[in-house]
Design a protein around this ligand. Structure first.
Ligand SMILES: C[S@@+](CC[C@H](N)C(=O)[O-])C[C@H]1O[C@@H](n2cnc3c(N)ncnc32)[C@H](O)[C@@H]1O
Length: 367
């Protein structure tokens, strides 16, 4: 069986409009006579445009008009066709031939011009002409495992202009936790119905990591539908340093308060109580700034903050990321343009102790 086969098999079914409208098989749609086919599709597009995604048209139609947009995982085309009708030069790309056939037939019946690309096993987009102004990914490549999605995303990114946009709808980690922290091969059935082979959570950092070494500026990053979905819109700044030096920081960790067992810490109550810190100075000198610090940490109880101090050892409140306890190990990235002195772990709950294990700290040159 080819690597994409099971995903192709599932995704012959596409959203029937709004999220509450269930799924429609593109093969079923294609079996309808023209008039019924178009009426069914128009109904789906109307429900989409007036449902939970109603903001999408007003937000993007002027920006997309006259521009070249590549949509990866275009389903039945309910987002792209209305934009193409308003003057966007749209390319529909998908792994399922009948989904693309559906859109091709809609476009032809409506007299709309568009480009189509069937994504093959090589996950290549090379058949398309580079120079796209935006790549739109609405709930699609999160349905294949991270390594496949990364290869596919980086292939597509070669077509994006510097200054263009990477726009994506994903399911956030909070939802994965709320729905039971299940393995990604099980979670898909819960989020997208029977036979869904995979769905994986993403947030801003994980999207950036998946597209590394490309660099981006955040344009939008917001929750949708009570944090069931997240919308991320990034401006592409170009490829960053691909030979970035990094150091794995073995410690030593300076212990401040609470209890310590190796790299497991129990921090005392208090919203700003320092628990432990790491002296970064010996490591910073080996690299060229600006810097990024990846911290892999498991927070079992309470709430902790992980932040930086500057060269004078002043705490930088803007650098601090606050983490709740959770069932999984979390990776977070701190960024600082200057020379950081200490990486600081603090308790961040007035009435609760915290317990956490530091698993890994990597200081790297930012892209
Ligand atoms: C949940 S549907 C979303 C469709 C459309 N974006 C929408 O919001 O209505 C997922 C779509 O992504 C496609 N898809 C799944 N995995 C993909 C991948 N790795 N690359 C491109 N498309 C993919 C499916 O064939 C399907 O059309």
């Amino acid at each position: 069986m080819s690597a994409l086969e099971k995903y192709r098999d599932k995704w012959r079914e596409v959203p029937g409009g709004d999220d509450t409208d269930g799924r429609v098989f593109s093969t079923g749609l294609l079996g309808l006579p023209d008039e019924e086919f178009l009426a069914t599709w128009n109904g789906m597009a109307e429900r989409r445009a007036s449902g939970a995604m109603a903001w999408f048209g007003p937000l993007y139609r002027d920006f997309f008009a006259g521009k070249r947009i590549l949509e990866i995982g275009s389903g039945a085309g309910v987002d792209g066709i209305p934009m193409a009708a308003l003057g966007a030069h749209w390319t529909f790309a998908d792994i399922v031939p009948t989904n693309l056939e559906t859109i091709r037939r809609v476009a032809s019946l409506k007299g709309i011009e568009a480009t189509f690309h069937l994504i093959g096993e090589d996950l290549s987009f090379d058949a398309l002409t580079a120079g796209y102004d935006a790549i739109l990914v609405v709930g699609s490549i999160h349905h294949v495992p991270y390594d496949i999605a990364r290869r596919e995303a980086l292939n597509a990114l070669r077509l994006l202009k510097v200054g263009g946009r990477w726009i994506e709808l994903v399911y956030p980690r909070e939802r994965w936790i709320r729905e039971g922290s299940m393995s990604f091969d099980k979670w898909g059935e819960r989020t997208d119905g029977v036979r869904t082979p995979w769905v994986e959570w993403y947030g801003m950092e994980k999207i950036r990591q998946r597209l590394h070494p490309a660099t981006f500026k955040t344009v939008l990053d917001f929750d949708l539908r009570s944090r069931d979905q997240r919308w991320v819109d990034l401006e592409y700044l170009g490829m960053g340093r691909d030979t970035r030096k990094f150091v794995e920081i073995p410690g030593p960790v300076i212990f401040e308060a609470g209890e310590r067992d190796g790299l497991n810490f129990t921090g005392p109550k208090g919203a700003f109580h320092p628990i432990a810190r790491v002296d970064l100075i010996p490591f910073v000198d080996a690299l060229t700034g600006p810097y990024e610090i990846d911290v892999v940490v498991a927070v079992k109880h309470g709430v902790i903050g992980i932040g930086l101090t500057d060269e004078e050892n002043n705490h930088l409140p803007d650098s601090e990321l606050v983490l709740d306890s959770s069932p999984d190990t979390q990776t977070l990235t701190l960024r600082f343009a200057g020379r950081p002195k200490h990486l600081v772990f603090r308790n961040r709950h007035e009435d609760r102790q915290s317990n956490f294990t530091i698993q890994h700290i990597t200081l790297r040159e930012a892209a």
